[in-house]
Design a protein around this ligand. Structure first.
Ligand SMILES: [Zn+2]
Length: 1001
């Protein structure tokens, strides 16, 4: 790699040199950023004629006539956009792949007017890749994205359960606050001719629209529980207000709401599966409902929620119990004129230090209760006294380590990363804006910044067997918002991609050598973040990874080395060093379609250190650029914390049993761990057990304490305290159980088992479900008739969710899913935030055409619009002449069915063919005069979902057309259908019912 501007200085086999090295040359002035933009513009305009007919007129109704060049070089397409103003806005078309990257995929015939798909007509947010290939594919993005091969919606294979052998049938009725599938229903008429399974009991017209034959059963598939219907509109800014001392069960994790901390921590930070804790071990064992708390201690708060107060008690630090070390909280009780306190966790009576003492009022409350946040709030930050940490904290710095090989340039990864980093300047808040840039091919190329220069100095280290940083961190990591360096960083990011020529670039990538040098550099200054970008397998230098036959690996039985790490000694050493020095590593991997990049090895250090793992197989900037842009922006801008020491404390009688999280931290005991970084999404699940009965207490407590370094370099302690009532009633345990938390835990337990090669997790999932339903049936609904399947109201969706998890492609052995896809999906499941659980497990399906009357129109509250109702996630329920929006929390897919007629396409999108729909929606807004009112309302619904999920990773939006591989994937992601050997929802429900009955007998 030899860019003209950055004269390379080769340092081979030399010892590290100090900053200000003389062996560095200066650079000349280069073309301005405008000149570069202009060249990009021309490439956009070149593709413009594709959408014009022979007369030079637009073939598409809503396009402005006579435009031959785009009015704006950095347009926004209808498919793009983020509601979060903290991140720079993505500009579609700013970056393009220099050569066609994804090879055409099987199974899709280019339309006859193939010119529309040739090239990238708009270089828009999701314009099709060349060659008429599938242009919505975002392979391996989600555990819910089932692969096409395994999806056979028409077939039916009995899986142990014989449809029809199940006696009860008929309507569902509610009983005992539960769901009952009633045996007394008189569906005798159906007994001779079993009702078609899954067929809607809808009007004849809708029956005509459905397309497939179904196996038979006598449960009315219309009546089984499923989370569908009309989403409630947001009625006030910030959503409904909840006070933490008033609710018995917190609002759903997906709800838009405002939580007010009234002493118990917000459910945004900590939630329990059981909102009433069983007093006796026997009650807990009988209920079989897992006791667990799910903690997301650094979750972002909304603009309507009060910030977490920061308490500075100086060197004495926070007041804590002398026995169990719990932090003072609103439920400490006070005695003896305020000289003594009793700990609510262990009942120890402790002396209050002189400086913290306060007199009591007539109700034995401290008179300063209202002034001290730690005595009236569930969540507080403390300034950590100096003896809490071994070394003084440093402001975390970030180094971006980018592959600069042929593949990286050609596929557009390098230009996209450079473009996004450039756009991030100005969005990083000092002092956490300290950054560095390291490029690697067969060598390492560092960039040193010195005040007064026009241009950064490139220093090349060619010794990749023993890599090192060639000068001090002061020159390699500089403040991007400091005017002394800003223009040097600007120039570097702007100009570098344009000066590289693919033919001159190497194919070798010394990625692991770069990782080693970068982690040592960041570690040497006391911690921070290393963000790696790989376009190919790191195949040279120390720690080089070799290609493994992933198809062969996948076909081996579980535990056959599927997820084993290559170079384990090298990787473990770096991982340990990172943990000791407070360094986190994130990876962004963009391999070519179908090419193995060894995510098992590359994700190992990110997992251990709390970094992000982002995966874009077959990366193409026109399709994946926006997603990478927002993933990277979020990784850089969000308020993640560093050098974390985490501890969960629970009331006497309870104990922490196990932990499930993305990272694989240094577990000190099941309740304590250390990790280099926690992001705002970082979620960790702890299971609890009874050590003994919870005696004489009406309340149980859980307290999270996190010692951490903030982005501003402050050492703080975050404390969240949760109070929950104790109950001796089994019915109450069920009544106050929450399905999303239970599902989140069961999913993580399954992912943990799968990653460790334990194949029995599917049976465990089903058993957990059956045990809970049986416990409810036997103890809380014993008066019901034996044939009924009784589901507790709080867990009525459990069989649906468990059945869906069993179908995740990540949980399937076999060659129909790549090893890299599987491991990324499993890790994502392990770290899944609560708010993403239900959309991932049961993707929501909205009917977008015909659009319901109010859908997409303003509600009058903020920017919110009404949403259309959702329908069952089953291919049998999707009419072939409609358009749907499918939301799995990760992407949003506008699914245009095959029989949508020409007139509709023209009326709604101004399109003459199905293919044009994608082209129109990805076109820059400047190209399109206006869309139809219905299309505008559809897009408003998409933005509504993005707005409601602003705290979560950005959701990409694609158009899915019939006959494409992506269609198979969308259909296969529907939670109620069969997938592979896994049965459809209603079958699975019958199967579960049978197992419950067997248990009863
Ligand atoms: Zn205590």
């Amino acid at each position: 790699m030899q860019p003209a501007c950055f004269d390379p200085v080769l340092i081979a086999n030399a010892s590290p040199i100090a900053s200000g090295s003389p062996s560095i040359s200066t650079a000349k002035t280069e073309p301005s950023a405008d000149a570069i933009d202009a060249s990009r513009t021309s490439s956009v305009s070149n593709s413009r004629p594709d959408i014009l007919n022979e007369n030079g007129m637009s073939k598409i109704k809503f396009f402005k006539e006579g435009i031959s060049t785009p009015p704006d070089a950095s347009p926004t397409s209808r498919l793009s956009g983020s509601p979060v103003s903290a991140y720079p806005t993505y500009k579609p078309g700013a970056v393009q792949a220099s050569t066609p990257v994804p090879p055409p995929r099987m199974g899709f015939s280019p339309p006859s007017n193939g010119t529309l798909l040739q090239g990238s007509p708009f270089s828009g947010g999701m314009s099709p890749p060349p060659g008429g290939a599938s242009f919505m594919m975002y392979g391996g993005e989600t555990p819910g994205a089932r692969t096409p091969g395994a999806y056979t919606p028409m077939a039916f294979t009995p899986t142990g359960y014989t449809p029809g052998s199940y006696t009860p049938g008929g309507p569902v009725k509610r009983a005992n606050s539960g769901y009952a599938l009633d045996a007394s229903g008189t569906n005798k008429a159906h007994s001779g001719t079993p009702r078609k399974f899954g067929a809607p009991v809808a009007s004849p017209s809708s029956r005509r629209r459905t397309e497939s034959k179904k196996p038979s059963t006598r449960i009315d598939p219309e009546q089984v529980p499923r989370p569908v219907g009309q989403p409630e509109a947001i009625k006030e800014e910030g959503g409904k207000v909840y006070e933490t001392n008033k609710y018995h069960v917190p609002p759903a994790a997906t709800a838009v709401c405002t939580i007010i901390d009234r002493g118990s921590a917000s459910c945004e930070f900590i939630r329990s599966t059981v909102n009433q804790v069983p007093a006796f071990p026997s009650t807990a064992n009988t209920a079989h409902v897992p006791m667990a708390v799910i903690c997301q201690p650094f979750a972002e708060l909304t603009a309507h929620e009060a910030e977490i107060p920061c308490v500075d008690l100086g060197e004495p630090g926070p007041f804590r119990c002398s026995r169990c070390k719990a932090y003072v909280n609103p439920w400490f009780t006070w005695h003896n004129h305020g000289k003594e306190a009793t700990c609510n966790f262990c009942s120890q009576r402790v002396e209050v230090p002189q400086e913290y003492m306060c007199s009591l009022d007539e109700r034995a409350q401290r008179r300063d209760k209202e002034e001290r946040p730690e005595l009236n709030r569930g969540s507080v930050d403390y300034i950590a006294p100096s003896d809490y940490s071994e070394a003084p904290p440093v402001v975390p710095a970030t180094i971006f380590v980018i592959e600069v090989t042929q593949r990286s340039l050609q596929c557009g990864l390098l230009p996209q990363v450079m473009w996004t980093l450039r756009s991030l300047l100005g969005f990083m808040e000092p002092p956490s804006s300290k950054i560095g840039i390291l490029l690697f091919d067969h060598a390492l190329h560092f960039f040193a910044f010195y005040p007064g220069l026009d241009c950064a100095r490139q220093i090349t280290v060619s010794d990749t067997e023993d890599p090192f940083a060639p000068c001090g961190a002061d020159a390699l990591l500089v403040d991007a918002e400091d005017p002394a360096y800003r223009s040097q960083i600007d120039t570097l990011l702007d100009e570098l991609p344009g000066m590289l020529c693919a033919e001159d670039l190497a194919e070798q990538a010394a990625g692991c050598a770069a990782l080693k040098a970068a982690t040592e550099l960041v570690g040497s200054r006391g911690g921070g973040h290393v963000v790696m970008f790989h376009a190919s397998l790191p195949n040279s230098g120390i720690g080089a990874l070799r290609h493994r036959d992933d198809i062969k690996l996948a076909s081996e039985p579980e535990g056959g080395g599927l997820f084993n790490v290559q170079q384990p000694t090298f990787i473990e050493e770096i991982g340990n060093d990172c943990l000791v020095r407070g360094v986190a590593v994130s990876v962004f991997c963009a391999p070519a379609t179908g090419i193995y990049i060894d995510m098992a090895s590359l994700s190992r250090i990110p997992r251990r250190t709390g970094g992000e793992i982002c995966f874009y197989p077959g990366f193409d900037p026109s399709r994946d650029g926006e997603r990478l842009h927002y993933d990277l922006s979020r990784t850089v801008v969000q308020s993640s914390v560093y050098s974390v020491m985490f501890k969960l404390r629970v009331s006497k009688g309870l104990a922490v049993d196990s932990m499930h999280a993305t990272w694989d931290p240094e577990v000190i005991d099941p309740s304590t761990f250390a990790v280099s970084r926690m992001s705002v999404d970082a979620t960790v699940d702890f299971t609890l057990v009874h050590g003994e009965r919870i005696e004489g207490q009406k309340q149980a407590y859980m307290q999270v304490a996190c010692l951490y370094t903030s982005k501003k370099g402050k050492r703080l302690i975050r404390v969240h305290t949760l109070q929950l009532p104790v109950t001796s009633s089994l019915s109450n345990v069920f009544r106050y159980t929450e399905i999303d938390t239970v599902t989140n835990l069961l999913l993580k337990q399954a992912a943990d088992s799968a990653l460790s090669g334990n194949g029995s997790f599917k049976d465990k999932l089903t058993k957990a479900c059956v045990d809970m339903l049986h416990a409810y049936r036997a103890n809380c609904a014993s008066m019901t008739s034996a044939g009924q399947l009784i589901l507790p109201e709080s867990l009525k969706l459990l069989p649906l969710y468990i059945g869906s998890i069993r179908k995740f492609p990540a949980f399937r052995a076999g060659s129909d899913i790549k090893v890299d896809d599987r491991i990324v999906s499993l890790i994502r499941s392990l770290g899944l935030p609560l708010a993403l659980t239900s959309p991932l497990v049961y993707p929501r399906v909205y009917t977008m055409h015909p659009l319901s009357e109010k859908a997409g129109t303003p509600t009058g509250v903020g920017d919110n619009v009404f949403m259309p109702p959702t329908v069952a996630g089953s291919s049998e329920k999707l009419a072939t002449d409609r358009i749907y929006l499918i939301d799995n929390g990760i992407s949003l897919r506008l699914y245009v069915r095959a029989n949508v007629d020409q007139e509709t396409l023209y009326q709604v999108f101004g399109a003459e063919s199905l293919q044009d729909v994608a082209v129109i929606l990805s076109a820059p807004e400047d190209y399109v005069e206006s869309l139809s009112e219905e299309a505008e309302r559809m897009l408003a619904c998409v933005q509504q979902i993005r707005r409601e999920r602003w705290r979560l990773p950005w959701q990409s939006f694609y158009v899915v057309l019939p006959g494409t591989p992506e269609e198979s994937r969308v259909l296969a992601s529907l939670a109620e259908d069969r997938a592979g050997a896994e049965s459809a929802y209603v079958d699975f429900l019958c199967h579960v019912h049978k197992l419950v009955q067997n248990k009863q007998d």
